[in-house]
Design a protein around this ligand. Sequence first.
Ligand code: ARG
Ligand code: ZN
Length: 871
Amino acid sequence: SAIYLADYREPTHWIDETHLDVVIFPDQTRVTARLKITPNAARAVSELVLDGEGLQTQAIYWNDARLTQDDFDECDGKLRLKQINESGWLTTEVIICPESNTALEGLYRSRTMYCTQCEAEGFRKITWYLDRPDVMSVFTTRLEADQSLCPVLLSNGNLVASGSLPNGRHFATWHDPHKKPSYLFALVAGQLSCVKDQFVTASNRSVAIEVYVEPKDLDKCSHAIDSLKRAMRWDEQNYGREYDLDIYMIVAVDDFNMGAMENKGLNIFNTSCVLASAATTTDIGFQRVEAVVAHEYFHNWSGNRVTCRDWFQLSLKEGFTVYRDAEFSADMNSSTVKRIEDVNLLRTAQFAEDAGPLAHPVRPASFIEISNFYTLTVYEKGAELVRMLATLLGPEYFRKGTDLYFERHDGEAVTCDDFVASMEAVSSRDLSQFKRWYSQAGTPELIVSSQYSEAYKTFRLTIEQRCPPTPEAAEKAPFHIPIRVSLLGAAGALPLKLANQAVGDLPEDNTEMILELTKSEQTFEFAGVHERPVPSLLRGFSAPVNLRYAYSETELITLLMQDTDLFNRWSASQELGVLAVSNAIKAGTCELSGDWVNALQANLQRDDLDPAVMAYMLQIPSVNYLHDRFPETDILTLHQTRQDLVRRLALSLADALREKVLAYDMRQPYEVSAAAVAVRSLSNTALLLLAEAKDPLALRESITRFKHANNMTDQLAGLRAIARCQSDNVVKEHLAAFYSQWKDEALVVNQWLSLQATRDEADTLVAVQSLTSHPCFSWNNPNKVRALAGAFANQNPGQFHRDDGAGYEWLANVVLKLNQANPQLAARLVTPLTQWRKHGQRGQLMFSQLQRIQGATLSKDVFEVVNKALT
Ligand code: ARG
Ligand code: ZN
């Protein structure tokens, strides 16, 4: 049964205060909730309906009078109380069992600790409540547990009391002065060690920072703490946002469905997003920790102080916060590299989501299970919407807009409309058409053509927009699309003047301009263009669209070599890769263009080019992206064509690549600065390319890098290269060596599993299946399942799409295995199968696996995904 945005009503009652008493005993946790209830005058409904799931209700009291069976009705996850038409105290007592909670939602046990995950609707698994984000309450939480089993007891806010109790037990009471919705509640109880630090805010208040981890991980906290402090400062400087409690806690948990959770004052993190050390964590891992720590911190304002009215508005906090963390990472590292990574993710995974059966608007209009809507569309496309607003308004008005938004709505639960309204108010722009981005799904396609007039010195860009149909609507009204452009002449970017623009209106630097496309088709004419230019379009990926312009190879090479926008130089490199694939498909053989190779060669020799960007220029677009561009071509054909191209490119560039491998000094002390990361990235990319071509240097250097690396980035690069170029025995030997070196480091073991799951070998599926009985593997740990099954299905096109369908069948088995145990995880794993329509004949094999799943008794989560995929 779906719920609809259009049906939104204010809650019937408010909960002004929430007093929880959580008493933890093995297999039996008792939760007493004392709630100060006030009827909402705007609704005037006396029946109070609370949410609860899997609760063993022991007793219910209204103003201390125990209610009898006649006073309430408990069924289907609802507790109904008839006559609550004045303020009073509702007390409920329930028993729950965190030890048997494998869904990792609500209160559960992970190794030696108890912890919670309440977003979106997990709080109802802890106690009876109005479990919706527009009900905000002041929480006081008393925790009680065995002193030796759970020496650490944490919840949101400030510690107000603690002490020991008889029978080796103890308690702690926490009070959070900020009103919050139930999804931001958290508690942690367990055997944890703590690293302490502090931060002094702009207004000179000192904030205690405490990071809680298992004792073995104490040496892996410093990067998260440094990142947190940088994020705190950055938010003060860039958004004027200061932290608002005396303590900020982060807890690392090994079993976690997502990356992390922004619970007020008590973030809970997947270990993979908080722990980092040079020996065990790759550069990408370090950057991920920095980004996720910042993301959760930024939620304190964009999410917690100002929260969502209902879950349809999820992107209000997620899109905005992803935008904020992306800008933060761009400032801390290389902004071009960050943009390349984000655009890659968007164009491969989000565009595919937006073109498939699960496509939904950034603000969905309905859902069955909200957990299924923590998607790339809500997060990444949602962030692009905020980025477009920032582009349309410019930095000053955008900042005024966010200031107004925080000021107007502090302490409120609001909507995406409220966010846009603040932007409108400060800029006096009409953003009503822009708001279609929130309600219409699908990736618009921009079809651009140009016309140069030698005689009139004019250059015209004609831009048409189209958006394919998606499940919620076949017809789309035109979007408001900011298109950042430049025109490149022989000596660089040309000054721009639109034909109807007065010279006095031109900015000082007018070599770049933002065109605003609002109609289905529009022509922009530039005047005074004295040479035929190469247009540099959609610079920095100024809108989440598919750009189609019939560039010649020569023009793309001009962009690759000369564009003044570094992002667009990379973008041209990708388009050249697409062109090469296209030619290879047409010709049936992969002849590389000499001009392209020479251009890459020349770039490799330039020392003014960021090596990390260079590394990305050497990547042929992923198979998934190529499949988007060549929907008629079979995925395995694309995969093989791509592999062939990669090998040929490596052979053609071998000398320059060898130089990059040899120039690298492995003995340098490890550092995570953008510059150091960039050098490693290029050198390791070069090594891997040479390994693809079985180059003799790669045969030697892969082993050296594996053995003598002083950090995980290089060691893993060595192992990956080994896996691509060495004989089977040598590969197995090194995989075994790697495991015995790292078997006690869960996060490194995940890398080891993924590497095996992504090998393009005929026996990979068998190997993956047998790894599920390896002692390191556990079906109850989402990181392990994702490392193996997720990596196999999403990052191994050659084996997942085996002709016999065994890859699909195994994935379906995994989904069925986890369907009831961990519905959120199962629903995510099934995604690759939902793309069956794109796979022609092969798609039938995927389809029948989906049908097989549909035949089982499904959790809401899996049910929704599978049903949408089959209709
Ligand atoms: N709000 C969290 C974040 O973006 C993610 C929560 C995930 N919750 C879930 N039910 N899947 O940082
Ligand atoms: Zn978030």
